[in-house]
Design a protein around this ligand. Sequence first.
Ligand code: BT5
Length: 250
Amino acid sequence: MSSIVWRIEHFDEIDSTNTWLAARALEGAPEGLVATAHFQSAGRGRLDRQWESPAGASLLCSILLRPDVGPDQLQLVVACVALAARAALVRLSGVRPALKWPNDLVVADAKIAGLLAEIVSVDERLAVVVGIGVNLTHEGPAHVRSTSVRAESGVTISAPALLDILLDELETRRALLDNAAGQRRLRDEYQRALETLGQMVRVDRAHDVVVGRARAVDEYGQLIVVVSGEDVAISVGDVVHVRPHEAVEP
Ligand code: BT5
């Protein structure tokens, strides 16, 4: 498979790199287009939540991917970028965050990075914009349990340096998405990095609450939770929160 040509568009200030890149994806921009920003005035999290970061304190970027997967495998695409970000942080700073399903990188339960993946179109191939914010020199809002690379390691890394290594790490993992054997390898790496597995979790869904032990991730990236001896598959759309340390045995 030919390697991806990354093309980076940088903004001093923008509303949201995800919003900008989704518009380019709809216009037919090729895989590998990346948007970065020094500051976002309307950075977005999932479910209409906000992503907040002072100017220049984070890596704020969005990456356009067009992998050969179905919309129901979006979580594998998230895993791909999350694992690349984790590997890049290890290489540059020595900080080794765990992954928290579905979309967080955490150090001792404090959020150091978050991902937001959005399907833009499902024509010939899926067009997915994956945004990631990584706290480099500043933590998240005061009410949130969060941390930064500098707080964890004393190391100050620049956003362009982290992006460079992240894209390098993403290139190999991205190729795995296009076939079943590769997806299995990716899922194995994902499961090893997920601190959620083995933990008691509590998932608030629209109409019920699931409490059980997280056992695995299936081929779609769904979290398999064992409830009263039965496997229950949790898809991302269902999750309001997963807090291993607050969960109670049913
Ligand atoms: C996320 O959502 O964690 C996805 C974050 C994605 C941000 C990137 S930045 C580049 C790209 N462009 C965008 O507009 N977005 C992406 P979620 O799991 O819903 O978490 C959001 C919650 O995290 C908020 O409600 C806060 O509680 C918390 N939060 C906000 N800013 C934070 C920060 N800097 N560090 C840690 N936690 C934060």
